[in-house]
Design a protein around this ligand. Structure first.
Ligand SMILES: [Fe+2]
Length: 297
């Protein structure tokens, strides 16, 4: 850790070169997060100084990862419980690293708390709502968006559409609603953004209509009460109509996690979803070799 502190001390941005040398993926991710966070901050009218701090904080947000072993950072499969705990420490370690340097308190706190969640279920300190520094709340949204649409050694990238959907659904739970609102505005202002062009107002299949921006599904105009996971599953099926979907894809895209830990969750959600869409004339069939498919009954 001492070496990293020295490296950062050599120049304000020198640490970026060190992070790049240690893990190219974390480096490029930090740059993308900084760009998106900056755009959100601009929309939230942070002012010149605030934006400078935000950009700096976003560039540094994963600096704690420079202390993690290489094989964890580039592991091609899902992390073990122990490795996950080690990985989660990067936020706290990042804060500690900056504490010993001359970075201002706002940047240090922004880095240390970028994995807190609005409802208090995040880490390292389970801060809730406004207790979470604004810089962290902005970085959290940019971080998840950039991570989901990027390729990872252990999973395929999510489509921008699914990533934005996930963020909208998590507003008020994982993320600050105001920041999510600003994030959506940012995407609207990027005419060439694949995320924006990929988001339709609604998706239809027979009597089923998924109202994408509100996260509500109706059947012949009547609301179906779906949980977030059921909604994401159904949306995935509607998008991939008439195609079998491998369970691995569902675990990765809907649960963003491994198959082993979510087998029962998938079965349970699938069973409930089948029941809820029965009246719409659709069912989800399962073929042992090919996976799941949404079909007319
Ligand atoms: Fe992080």
């Amino acid at each position: 850790m001492h070496d990293i502190i020295k490296a950062i001390e050599r120049g304000r941005y020198k640490y970026m070169a060190d992070l790049k040398a240690h893990c190219e993926l974390s480096y490029s991710h930090s740059v993308s997060v900084a760009q998106t966070a900056y755009d959100i901050g601009k929309l939230l009218q942070l002012g010149t100084q605030g934006l400078e701090k935000l950009a700096m904080c976003a560039l540094l947000h994963d600096i704690g990862k420079a202390t993690l072993p290489h094989d964890i950072l580039s592991k091609p499969t899902f992390l073990t419980h122990q490795e996950q705990t080690q990985m989660m420490d990067h936020a706290k370690i990042g804060g500690q690293l900056l504490c010993s340097l001359t970075f201002c308190e706002e940047i240090r706190a922004g880095v240390a708390h970028h994995h807190e969640k609005w409802d208090g279920t995040g880490y390292p300190d389970r801060l809730k709502g406004d207790e979470i520094p604004l810089l962290s709340r902005i970085i959290a949204v940019a971080d998840v968006f950039c991570a989901l649409i990027a390729h990872r050694p252990y999973r395929m990238p999510a489509t921008p559409f699914i990533a934005v959907e996930y963020i909208i659904l998590e507003a008020g739970r994982a993320f600050d609603r105001d920041v999510v609102r600003a994030f959506c505005e940012v995407l609207k202002k990027r005419p060439s953004s694949p995320a924006l062009t990929a988001i339709p107002e609604s998706l239809r299949l027979g009597k089923l209509t998924a109202h994408v921006r509100t996260g509500i599904v109706t059947c012949g105009g009547v609301d179906l009460y779906l949980t977030k996971k059921e909604y994401m599953l159904l949306l995935f099926f509607i998008q991939n109509r008439e195609r079998y979907i491998k369970p691995e894809d569902l675990y990765q895209k809907v649960w963003n996690a491994s198959m082993e830990r979510n087998t029962n969750a998938l079965r349970g959600a699938m069973k409930r979803l089948r029941k809820k869409i029965k009246g719409c004339g659709y069912t989800i069939n399962n073929s042992r070799t090919e996976g799941y498919i949404l079909e007319r009954e």
